[in-house]
Design a protein around this ligand. Structure first.
Ligand SMILES: *Cc1c(COP(=O)(O)O)cnc(C)c1O
Length: 418
């Protein structure tokens, strides 16, 4: 029995069966490559689902963890430590918001944002404003798997087994301004958006839709809350994806790449929204601890020092351009979209999408498929053009082989029928 087989067998006995893992055992990584137990290197275009922004084994991250872990790993939120205020300043400056709350994961940050919206509406009501408690979320949205987040996540499969979910959430058709207008009222305390939907298939919101959401929310005192957990922290070439639209939300959430692989989330909001939280209303044991703060500060510093926002834009544009070239040669690619290093190629078949992920894996390139037919690329920000070329060549080969096999099958089918 190989080591992988032993681990698989043990996990299948001991862990709750929540994951359908690929049969790979990773033990290390370097730059854009992750390394398995046999020493084979894989080009990682998924970076731990958009987490490892600086790739693997980055000296700046390794150094920050080493330094901070020798000094102080955890204090609880009963005391001050170095790092919290420094990171909050970096994040408020980069998001255009005023105050920050630190959490540990994406879904926990999102729960905090939802609580802020309810508490803020309560404050407004106490001041005589006519505003309700309802949330408007979007179709195909993904905001996490805890109860509040799950209630605002669109797909039935995430919610139905756990019903009844948190009430008061209505879904609006994505980019449908008329539907948004029809469903918005004084009952709504917040409109919840991802300006580029991640799990929903890397779908950018239209300028018109996001502008309308902003205008409607402002008209009643409701909040516009932007989930930047996947598209934020520089992946799209700007710190926040909403900055491509020139539209400021009242609240935003960050997580995945925030601390370069150390779990961390954050909620940021305006001063107006912040006044609805008082000591005791919200909290966490681990959130914003010294280790995560030190690493997040190091990650932001490195992104800026090495110009990775501009790099993500440049390499991301090249990636999309190359995918568009590929789409000209292969009808199976029906759309190419994204921003910076959040890129997708939508295919005309779920079967082909699944096959492409598996075939890429055989060629030691990690990608994934979301929304059945969408090949999603969330590489580390340090990706280079040469890695894009390798990826395009592999995809070209896979689509060519698939088309040939389909053609052969059709011909064979034709003969048998004839
Ligand atoms: C991943 C994700 C979440 C949930 O984050 P977790 O850390 O897995 O809880 C929420 N929103 C978006 C947009 C995400 O991509």
């Amino acid at each position: 029995m190989t080591k992988l087989d032993q681990i698989r067998a043990a996990e299948s006995r001991l862990l709750l069966s929540t994951y359908d893992r690929n049969p790979l055992l990773f033990v290390g990584g370097e730059g854009v490559h992750i390394i398995d137990e046999q020493g084979d290197r894989y080009l990682d275009l998924l970076s731990g689902i958009g987490v490892n922004a600086l790739g693997y084994n980055h000296p700046v991250i390794v150094e920050a963890i080493a330094r901070q872990s020798k000094a102080l790993i955890h204090t609880s939120n009963l005391y001050f430590h170095e790092g919290g205020a420094e990171l909050a300043l970096l994040l408020t400056e980069r998001t255009g918001l005023d105050r920050c709350f630190f959490a540990n994961t994406g879904t926990e940050a999102w729960e905090g944002a939802m609580k802020l919206a309810r508490a803020h509406a309560g404050v407004l009501r106490s001041e005589g404003v006519n505003i309700g408690t309802k949330f408007l979320a979007l179709e195909q949205s993904f905001h996490g798997r805890t109860f509040g987040s799950m209630a605002t996540t669109y797909k039935d499969k995430y919610r139905e087994p756990f019903a009844p979910v948190v009430p008061g959430v209505e879904f609006v058709r994505f980019n449908d301004v008329a539907d948004l207008r029809a469903k918005f009222s004084n009952e709504v305390c917040a409109i919840l958006v991802e300006s580029i939907q991640g799990e929903g298939g890397v779908r950018p919101m239209t300028q018109e839709f996001l502008a309308e959401a902003r205008a409607l929310a402002s008209s009643t005192g409701a909040l516009l809350i932007a989930d930047e957990i996947q598209c934020g922290m520089g992946r799209t070439g700007k710190w926040c994806a909403y900055q491509h639209y020139g539209i400021q939300p009242d609240v935003t959430t960050l997580a995945k790449p925030l601390a370069g692989g150390i779990p961390m989330g954050a909620v940021l909001c305006t001063e107006e929204v912040a006044r609805s939280f008082h000591p005791g209303m919200h909290g966490t044991t681990f959130g914003g601890g010294p280790l995560a703060c030190a690493v997040a500060i190091a990650v932001i510093g490195e992104i800026e020092k090495t110009g990775l926002l501009a790099h993500a834009t440049e390499v991301g544009d090249y990636f999309q351009e190359q995918l568009r070239g590929l789409a000209k040669r292969h009808e199976a690619i029906v759309d190419v979209r994204g921003k910076g290093l959040m890129v997708a190629a939508e295919l005309d078949s779920a079967e082909l999408a699944k096959l492409a992920v598996a075939e890429m894996l055989k060629r030691r390139i990690l990608i994934n498929c979301t929304s059945e037919t969408v090949l999603r690329f969330l590489p580390p920000y340090i990706l280079e053009r040469s890695h894009v070329d390798t990826t395009i060549a592999a995809l070209d080969e896979i689509f060519t082989e698939y088309a040939a096999a389909q053609g052969a099958a059709a011909t064979a089918g034709g003969h048998t029928r004839g």
